[in-house]
Design a protein around this ligand. Structure first.
Ligand code: GRG
Length: 297
């Protein structure tokens, strides 16, 4: 990672961690166990890719980093809620998340369910009560955008398609449709909400930025499938990855590792092509795109 990008990232990670730390309910506040579990689910070392995307998009649209914090935190809280619910026995039934016991393993299923519910509510509370932009209509549009992205025509809808795909053979377009919703909708929301904090972009540029976000959302998922397959190969001598072992279609199970890698690079090129039109102000988005495709974790 370029030292200048490293510094940029470190500064913003400190801002988001401290904002989340301060805005998650304290453990000495009732109901203490639920609040402890909410903090466990959020403050446990995620990569914070979505908040970093919000900061970078905010920079492109002329917003100061302090203006972007609440919006970036709201997106991260929705992400954290989705992981807690995704890990539940009725969904993916995972026992480890970020190298630690999942929320329901540590606190029990009923509490984990309420953690997800409460994180989702907190996200919208923060969006509604923070000064995100000077124009209240834009703030309302940001709330609407995140609600849509998290709901049945966004992330939750993608999860429904995912659950329904177990044991089925999906075509590449069907797999893409699922991931545009399941993983992509929130990544797009992170970019658009960050950009809405500033005032430098016109609606045509928002459309271009959304196309960029769609490409990196898919690239993120393709790389996730590749990393998952490689981890399985290293640990078990298998090549498919956890999802494929669970009988779920993945980019690797459909394309194989080599073609999946080519697809990730193709999406990276397409995303970079969009950013080129924005000039040097898009540097941070470019660096995050490269990180998403080149990451090893
Ligand atoms: C339960 C409504 C509901 C939705 C769940 C996104 C999602 C939908 C489930 C996650 C399943 C999963 C592991 C998908 C692969 C891509 C992905 C979103 C990985 C996790 O995101 P990272 O890598 O996680 O940003 P960290 O831990 O860094 O925050």
């Amino acid at each position: 990672m370029h030292p200048d990008f490293q510094l940029w990232t470190t500064e913003r990670l400190a801002l988001i961690e401290s904002f989340l730390e301060q805005n998650l309910p304290a453990t000495n506040c009732a109901p203490a166990r639920l609040h402890e579990a909410m903090r466990y689910a959020v403050l446990n070392g995620g990569k914070r890719v979505r908040p970093l995307l919000s900061f970078a998009a905010g920079e492109l649209s002329g917003a100061d980093k302090t203006q972007v914090i609440a919006a970036s935190a709201a997106v991260e809280l929705i992400h954290a809620y989705s992981l807690v619910h995704d890990d539940l026995p009725c969904m993916d039934n995972d026992i480890l998340r970020r190298g630690k016991p999942t929320c329901h393993i540590r606190y029990g299923e009923p509490t984990a369910l309420l953690v997800g519910d409460s994180l989702q509510s907190l996200a919208f509370q923060l969006l509604a009560e923070s000064a995100l932009t000077e124009d209240p209509r834009t703030q309302l549009e940001m709330i609407r955008h995140l609600a849509f992205a998290a709901g049945s025509r966004g992330m939750a809808g993608g999860q429904a398609i995912d659950l329904d795909s177990v044991g089925k053979t999906l075509s590449l377009p069907e797999l893409e449709f699922m991931h545009i919703h399941k993983t992509g909708a929130l990544i797009r929301a992170a970019v658009i909400l960050g950009a809405r904090c500033g005032s430098r972009l016109n609606e045509d540029q928002f459309k271009q930025l959304d196309h960029f976000a769609k490409c990196i959302g898919l690239a993120f998922q393709v790389v996730d499938d590749i990393l998952d397959a490689e981890a399985s190969t290293a640990a078990l001598g298998k090549t498919a990855g956890k999802d494929a072992e669970n009988n779920k279609p993945t980019y690797v199970s459909i394309l194989g590792i080599k073609q999946a890698r080519e697809l990730a690079h193709e999406l990276q090129r397409e995303a970079s092509g969009v950013l080129d039109k924005f000039g040097p102000e898009a540097l941070r988005l470019q660096q995050i795109t490269d990180f998403i495709v080149q990451r090893e974790f």
